[in-house]
Design a protein around this ligand. Structure first.
Ligand code: FAD
Length: 321
Protein backbone atom coordinates (compact mmCIF):
# COMPACT_ATOMS: atom_id res chain seq x y z
CA UNK A 1 0.00 0.00 0.00
CA UNK A 2 2.78 2.40 0.97
CA UNK A 3 4.78 1.89 -2.24
CA UNK A 4 1.66 2.45 -4.34
CA UNK A 5 0.78 5.61 -2.38
CA UNK A 6 4.35 6.98 -2.66
CA UNK A 7 4.44 6.31 -6.40
CA UNK A 8 1.06 8.03 -6.96
CA UNK A 9 1.98 11.09 -4.86
CA UNK A 10 5.64 11.42 -5.83
CA UNK A 11 6.90 10.76 -2.28
CA UNK A 12 10.62 9.88 -2.42
CA UNK A 13 11.35 6.25 -1.56
CA UNK A 14 13.70 3.42 -2.54
CA UNK A 15 13.11 -0.34 -2.56
CA UNK A 16 16.62 -1.18 -1.31
CA UNK A 17 16.01 -4.65 0.10
CA UNK A 18 17.05 -5.92 3.51
CA UNK A 19 19.31 -8.72 4.71
CA UNK A 20 18.58 -10.22 8.12
CA UNK A 21 21.78 -11.96 9.13
CA UNK A 22 22.80 -14.80 11.43
CA UNK A 23 26.36 -14.41 12.67
CA UNK A 24 26.47 -17.36 15.09
CA UNK A 25 25.52 -21.02 14.58
CA UNK A 26 22.75 -20.81 17.18
CA UNK A 27 21.13 -17.99 15.22
CA UNK A 28 20.69 -19.80 11.91
CA UNK A 29 17.61 -21.72 13.10
CA UNK A 30 16.03 -18.40 14.07
CA UNK A 31 16.17 -17.29 10.42
CA UNK A 32 13.97 -20.30 9.53
CA UNK A 33 11.54 -19.28 12.27
CA UNK A 34 11.41 -15.73 10.92
CA UNK A 35 10.74 -17.00 7.40
CA UNK A 36 7.94 -19.26 8.68
CA UNK A 37 6.41 -16.41 10.65
CA UNK A 38 6.62 -14.14 7.59
CA UNK A 39 4.84 -16.75 5.44
CA UNK A 40 2.09 -17.17 8.02
CA UNK A 41 1.70 -13.37 8.00
CA UNK A 42 1.33 -13.28 4.20
CA UNK A 43 4.91 -12.28 3.31
CA UNK A 44 6.15 -14.87 0.84
CA UNK A 45 9.07 -13.16 -0.88
CA UNK A 46 11.79 -13.83 1.74
CA UNK A 47 14.74 -15.82 0.42
CA UNK A 48 17.13 -17.80 2.60
CA UNK A 49 20.77 -17.39 1.47
CA UNK A 50 24.08 -18.95 2.40
CA UNK A 51 26.50 -16.51 4.03
CA UNK A 52 28.74 -16.68 0.94
CA UNK A 53 25.89 -15.53 -1.33
CA UNK A 54 25.03 -12.64 1.01
CA UNK A 55 28.71 -11.60 1.32
CA UNK A 56 29.05 -11.66 -2.45
CA UNK A 57 26.35 -8.98 -2.84
CA UNK A 58 27.50 -7.07 0.30
CA UNK A 59 31.31 -7.48 0.50
CA UNK A 60 31.65 -5.66 3.88
CA UNK A 61 29.20 -8.05 5.53
CA UNK A 62 30.17 -11.09 7.62
CA UNK A 63 27.51 -13.73 8.33
CA UNK A 64 26.80 -17.47 8.26
CA UNK A 65 23.34 -17.25 6.69
CA UNK A 66 20.95 -14.49 5.69
CA UNK A 67 17.32 -13.88 4.87
CA UNK A 68 16.78 -11.45 2.00
CA UNK A 69 13.64 -9.33 2.02
CA UNK A 70 13.62 -7.81 -1.48
CA UNK A 71 10.49 -5.72 -0.84
CA UNK A 72 11.89 -3.77 2.15
CA UNK A 73 12.62 -0.13 1.45
CA UNK A 74 13.01 3.38 2.80
CA UNK A 75 10.77 6.42 2.51
CA UNK A 76 11.12 10.15 3.09
CA UNK A 77 8.91 10.14 6.19
CA UNK A 78 8.47 13.92 6.32
CA UNK A 79 7.30 14.09 2.69
CA UNK A 80 4.96 11.19 3.42
CA UNK A 81 3.42 13.05 6.38
CA UNK A 82 3.11 16.28 4.34
CA UNK A 83 1.39 14.36 1.56
CA UNK A 84 -1.07 12.73 3.99
CA UNK A 85 -1.71 16.16 5.54
CA UNK A 86 -2.42 17.68 2.09
CA UNK A 87 -4.81 14.80 1.28
CA UNK A 88 -6.64 15.25 4.58
CA UNK A 89 -6.97 19.01 4.09
CA UNK A 90 -8.18 18.56 0.51
CA UNK A 91 -10.91 16.31 1.91
CA UNK A 92 -12.01 19.08 4.30
CA UNK A 93 -10.10 18.17 7.47
CA UNK A 94 -9.30 20.94 9.93
CA UNK A 95 -6.18 20.34 11.99
CA UNK A 96 -6.10 22.00 15.38
CA UNK A 97 -2.43 22.50 16.21
CA UNK A 98 -1.11 23.24 19.70
CA UNK A 99 -4.25 21.74 21.15
CA UNK A 100 -4.20 19.02 23.79
CA UNK A 101 -6.90 16.51 24.61
CA UNK A 102 -6.72 16.28 28.38
CA UNK A 103 -9.63 13.98 29.24
CA UNK A 104 -13.00 12.70 28.09
CA UNK A 105 -16.29 11.32 29.29
CA UNK A 106 -17.19 8.31 27.19
CA UNK A 107 -20.30 6.16 27.27
CA UNK A 108 -23.24 4.81 25.32
CA UNK A 109 -24.87 8.27 25.36
CA UNK A 110 -21.92 9.85 23.51
CA UNK A 111 -18.41 11.24 23.88
CA UNK A 112 -17.42 14.52 25.53
CA UNK A 113 -13.85 15.52 24.76
CA UNK A 114 -12.00 18.00 26.98
CA UNK A 115 -9.45 20.12 25.21
CA UNK A 116 -7.08 22.93 26.07
CA UNK A 117 -4.35 25.06 24.52
CA UNK A 118 -1.17 23.00 24.88
CA UNK A 119 0.78 26.08 26.01
CA UNK A 120 -1.51 26.20 29.06
CA UNK A 121 -0.22 22.75 30.09
CA UNK A 122 3.29 24.12 30.60
CA UNK A 123 2.06 25.79 33.78
CA UNK A 124 0.64 22.63 35.35
CA UNK A 125 2.81 20.55 37.67
CA UNK A 126 2.92 16.78 37.07
CA UNK A 127 -0.24 14.99 38.22
CA UNK A 128 -2.35 18.13 38.65
CA UNK A 129 -5.92 18.54 37.42
CA UNK A 130 -6.23 20.56 34.21
CA UNK A 131 -9.40 22.49 33.41
CA UNK A 132 -10.65 22.23 29.82
CA UNK A 133 -11.02 25.37 27.73
CA UNK A 134 -13.26 23.68 25.21
CA UNK A 135 -15.58 20.67 25.19
CA UNK A 136 -16.14 18.85 21.89
CA UNK A 137 -18.86 16.28 21.14
CA UNK A 138 -17.34 14.02 18.47
CA UNK A 139 -19.20 11.19 16.75
CA UNK A 140 -15.90 9.35 16.42
CA UNK A 141 -12.78 9.63 18.58
CA UNK A 142 -9.60 7.85 17.44
CA UNK A 143 -7.03 7.97 20.21
CA UNK A 144 -3.81 7.80 18.19
CA UNK A 145 -1.73 9.78 20.69
CA UNK A 146 1.37 7.58 20.36
CA UNK A 147 3.36 7.70 23.60
CA UNK A 148 0.40 9.36 25.34
CA UNK A 149 -2.30 6.98 24.08
CA UNK A 150 -2.38 4.89 27.27
CA UNK A 151 -2.04 7.74 29.81
CA UNK A 152 -4.74 9.58 27.86
CA UNK A 153 -7.09 6.57 27.79
CA UNK A 154 -6.74 6.42 31.57
CA UNK A 155 -8.37 9.87 31.62
CA UNK A 156 -11.43 8.64 29.69
CA UNK A 157 -14.12 8.44 32.35
CA UNK A 158 -16.50 5.62 31.46
CA UNK A 159 -13.86 3.38 29.86
CA UNK A 160 -13.27 0.24 31.93
CA UNK A 161 -9.59 0.33 32.97
CA UNK A 162 -9.39 -3.42 32.22
CA UNK A 163 -9.13 -2.40 28.55
CA UNK A 164 -6.19 -0.06 29.12
CA UNK A 165 -2.88 -1.95 29.10
CA UNK A 166 0.19 -1.12 31.18
CA UNK A 167 2.58 1.10 29.20
CA UNK A 168 6.31 0.44 28.89
CA UNK A 169 8.76 2.85 27.31
CA UNK A 170 12.04 2.03 25.60
CA UNK A 171 14.45 4.63 24.26
CA UNK A 172 16.29 3.77 21.05
CA UNK A 173 19.49 5.64 20.13
CA UNK A 174 21.09 5.93 16.72
CA UNK A 175 24.76 6.55 15.96
CA UNK A 176 25.83 7.84 12.55
CA UNK A 177 28.81 6.58 10.62
CA UNK A 178 31.31 9.40 10.03
CA UNK A 179 32.60 7.99 6.73
CA UNK A 180 30.59 9.40 3.82
CA UNK A 181 30.54 6.38 1.52
CA UNK A 182 28.11 3.72 2.67
CA UNK A 183 29.68 0.26 3.16
CA UNK A 184 26.31 -1.34 2.32
CA UNK A 185 23.72 -1.03 -0.45
CA UNK A 186 20.96 -2.79 1.46
CA UNK A 187 19.62 -2.47 4.99
CA UNK A 188 21.37 -4.99 7.24
CA UNK A 189 19.55 -6.34 10.31
CA UNK A 190 20.80 -8.72 12.97
CA UNK A 191 18.24 -11.03 14.56
CA UNK A 192 15.64 -9.36 16.81
CA UNK A 193 16.65 -8.83 20.45
CA UNK A 194 14.68 -8.38 23.67
CA UNK A 195 12.54 -5.23 23.22
CA UNK A 196 13.72 -4.32 19.73
CA UNK A 197 14.61 -5.43 16.24
CA UNK A 198 18.36 -5.22 16.85
CA UNK A 199 21.01 -2.57 16.16
CA UNK A 200 20.82 -2.51 12.39
CA UNK A 201 22.18 -0.56 9.44
CA UNK A 202 19.79 2.13 8.26
CA UNK A 203 20.39 4.10 5.09
CA UNK A 204 18.57 7.32 4.33
CA UNK A 205 17.71 8.67 0.90
CA UNK A 206 20.95 10.71 0.87
CA UNK A 207 23.00 7.59 1.56
CA UNK A 208 23.81 8.56 5.17
CA UNK A 209 24.45 5.47 7.32
CA UNK A 210 23.07 5.05 10.84
CA UNK A 211 23.29 2.21 13.30
CA UNK A 212 20.48 1.65 15.75
CA UNK A 213 18.23 1.71 17.54
CA UNK A 214 19.37 0.03 20.76
CA UNK A 215 16.97 -0.68 23.62
CA UNK A 216 17.10 1.26 26.88
CA UNK A 217 14.11 0.65 29.13
CA UNK A 218 13.07 3.86 30.86
CA UNK A 219 10.84 4.42 33.86
CA UNK A 220 7.28 5.40 33.09
CA UNK A 221 7.48 8.88 34.64
CA UNK A 222 5.76 9.85 31.41
CA UNK A 223 2.65 8.07 32.67
CA UNK A 224 1.12 11.37 33.63
CA UNK A 225 -0.86 12.59 30.57
CA UNK A 226 0.37 16.17 30.92
CA UNK A 227 4.04 15.08 30.99
CA UNK A 228 3.40 12.71 28.13
CA UNK A 229 1.72 15.27 25.93
CA UNK A 230 4.48 17.79 26.59
CA UNK A 231 6.89 14.97 25.76
CA UNK A 232 9.05 15.36 28.82
CA UNK A 233 11.04 12.26 27.90
CA UNK A 234 14.79 12.60 27.67
CA UNK A 235 15.83 12.34 24.01
CA UNK A 236 19.54 13.03 24.51
CA UNK A 237 22.00 10.44 23.17
CA UNK A 238 24.69 9.54 25.67
CA UNK A 239 27.94 9.38 23.60
CA UNK A 240 29.21 6.61 25.94
CA UNK A 241 26.55 4.25 24.55
CA UNK A 242 28.75 3.87 21.46
CA UNK A 243 30.76 1.37 23.54
CA UNK A 244 27.75 -0.94 23.35
CA UNK A 245 27.34 -0.35 19.61
CA UNK A 246 30.89 -1.21 18.43
CA UNK A 247 30.90 -4.89 19.50
CA UNK A 248 27.31 -5.47 18.38
CA UNK A 249 27.83 -3.95 14.94
CA UNK A 250 31.23 -5.62 14.44
CA UNK A 251 29.52 -9.02 14.62
CA UNK A 252 28.27 -8.38 11.07
CA UNK A 253 30.51 -5.44 10.03
CA UNK A 254 34.01 -6.32 11.35
CA UNK A 255 35.69 -3.44 9.47
CA UNK A 256 33.93 -0.81 11.57
CA UNK A 257 36.76 1.52 12.61
CA UNK A 258 37.33 2.80 16.12
CA UNK A 259 36.06 6.35 16.53
CA UNK A 260 33.81 6.22 13.45
CA UNK A 261 30.47 6.36 15.32
CA UNK A 262 28.97 9.72 16.26
CA UNK A 263 25.85 10.30 18.38
CA UNK A 264 22.79 10.70 16.12
CA UNK A 265 19.33 10.98 17.61
CA UNK A 266 16.94 8.95 19.72
CA UNK A 267 13.28 8.01 19.80
CA UNK A 268 10.98 6.48 22.40
CA UNK A 269 8.89 3.37 21.71
CA UNK A 270 5.43 3.05 23.26
CA UNK A 271 5.60 -0.64 24.17
CA UNK A 272 2.98 -3.02 25.52
CA UNK A 273 5.46 -5.61 26.76
CA UNK A 274 8.24 -5.00 29.23
CA UNK A 275 11.79 -6.37 29.55
CA UNK A 276 11.96 -10.14 28.95
CA UNK A 277 8.29 -10.39 27.97
CA UNK A 278 7.02 -11.80 24.68
CA UNK A 279 6.70 -8.97 22.09
CA UNK A 280 3.17 -7.60 21.65
CA UNK A 281 1.38 -6.75 18.46
CA UNK A 282 -0.46 -3.45 17.86
CA UNK A 283 -3.72 -3.14 19.80
CA UNK A 284 -6.64 -1.54 17.96
CA UNK A 285 -9.73 -1.45 20.17
CA UNK A 286 -13.19 -0.39 19.08
CA UNK A 287 -16.76 -0.79 20.36
CA UNK A 288 -16.60 -4.56 19.74
CA UNK A 289 -13.89 -4.75 22.44
CA UNK A 290 -14.73 -2.10 25.04
CA UNK A 291 -18.42 -1.49 24.27
CA UNK A 292 -18.22 2.28 23.77
CA UNK A 293 -19.67 3.47 20.44
CA UNK A 294 -17.45 5.87 18.50
CA UNK A 295 -14.22 5.27 20.47
CA UNK A 296 -11.16 3.66 18.89
CA UNK A 297 -7.96 3.32 20.92
CA UNK A 298 -4.61 2.60 19.26
CA UNK A 299 -2.06 1.22 21.73
CA UNK A 300 1.54 0.14 21.22
CA UNK A 301 1.92 1.56 17.71
CA UNK A 302 5.70 1.23 17.65
CA UNK A 303 7.79 0.19 14.65
CA UNK A 304 6.60 -0.64 11.99
CA UNK A 305 3.77 1.82 12.72
CA UNK A 306 4.82 4.24 10.01
CA UNK A 307 5.06 1.52 7.36
CA UNK A 308 1.70 0.16 8.51
CA UNK A 309 -0.04 3.56 8.77
CA UNK A 310 -2.18 3.19 5.64
CA UNK A 311 -3.13 -0.38 6.54
CA UNK A 312 -4.06 0.66 10.09
CA UNK A 313 -6.24 3.47 8.70
CA UNK A 314 -7.94 1.08 6.27
CA UNK A 315 -8.55 -1.42 9.08
CA UNK A 316 -10.21 1.28 11.23
CA UNK A 317 -12.34 2.58 8.35
CA UNK A 318 -13.54 -0.89 7.35
CA UNK A 319 -14.35 -1.93 10.92
CA UNK A 320 -15.52 1.13 12.76
CA UNK A 321 -16.86 3.74 10.28
C1 FAD B 1 13.61 4.84 17.29
C2 FAD B 1 12.40 4.56 16.42
C3 FAD B 1 12.56 4.01 15.15
C4 FAD B 1 11.45 3.71 14.35
N1 FAD B 1 11.63 3.17 13.10
C5 FAD B 1 10.56 2.87 12.35
C6 FAD B 1 10.71 2.29 11.05
O1 FAD B 1 11.83 2.06 10.56
N2 FAD B 1 9.60 1.97 10.35
C7 FAD B 1 8.35 2.18 10.84
O2 FAD B 1 7.37 1.86 10.16
N3 FAD B 1 8.17 2.75 12.06
C8 FAD B 1 9.23 3.10 12.82
N4 FAD B 1 9.07 3.65 14.06
C9 FAD B 1 7.69 3.73 14.60
C10 FAD B 1 6.90 4.94 14.11
O3 FAD B 1 7.65 6.12 14.31
C11 FAD B 1 5.60 4.96 14.92
O4 FAD B 1 4.97 3.70 14.82
C12 FAD B 1 4.64 6.03 14.43
O5 FAD B 1 5.20 7.31 14.52
C13 FAD B 1 3.35 5.98 15.25
O6 FAD B 1 2.47 6.94 14.76
P1 FAD B 1 1.29 7.48 15.63
O7 FAD B 1 0.59 8.48 14.79
O8 FAD B 1 0.52 6.33 16.20
O9 FAD B 1 1.97 8.18 16.90
P2 FAD B 1 2.96 9.44 16.95
O10 FAD B 1 3.77 9.53 15.72
O11 FAD B 1 3.66 9.34 18.26
O12 FAD B 1 1.97 10.68 16.97
C14 FAD B 1 1.15 10.94 18.08
C15 FAD B 1 0.72 12.38 18.00
O13 FAD B 1 -0.26 12.62 18.99
C16 FAD B 1 0.03 13.86 19.61
N5 FAD B 1 -0.54 13.83 20.96
C17 FAD B 1 -0.07 13.12 22.03
N6 FAD B 1 -0.85 13.33 23.09
C18 FAD B 1 -1.83 14.18 22.71
C19 FAD B 1 -2.93 14.79 23.38
N7 FAD B 1 -3.18 14.53 24.66
N8 FAD B 1 -3.73 15.64 22.68
C20 FAD B 1 -3.47 15.90 21.36
N9 FAD B 1 -2.44 15.35 20.67
C21 FAD B 1 -1.63 14.51 21.34
C22 FAD B 1 1.54 13.96 19.60
O14 FAD B 1 1.95 15.31 19.74
C23 FAD B 1 1.87 13.37 18.24
O15 FAD B 1 1.83 14.37 17.24
C24 FAD B 1 10.15 3.97 14.86
C25 FAD B 1 10.00 4.55 16.13
C26 FAD B 1 11.11 4.83 16.90
C27 FAD B 1 10.92 5.45 18.27
Amino acid sequence: MLYKYCEERGVAHKRLGKLIVATGVAETAKLDMLQRNAKESGVDDLQLMEGSQAMEVEPELRCLKALLSPSTGIVDSHSLMLSLLADAENLGTTISYNTAVISAHVGSEGIELHVCDSKELQNYPVGSHVNPQLVLLPKLLINSAGLSAIPLARQFRGLDCAFVPTPHYARGCYFTLSQTKSPFRRLIYPLPEDGGIGVHVTLDLNGLVRFGPDVEWISDDGNDPVSCFLNRFDYSVNPARCNVFYPVVRKYFPNLKDGSLEPGYSGIRPKLSGPGQHPSDFVIQGEDVHGIPGLVNLFGIESPGLTSSLAIAEHIVSRYL
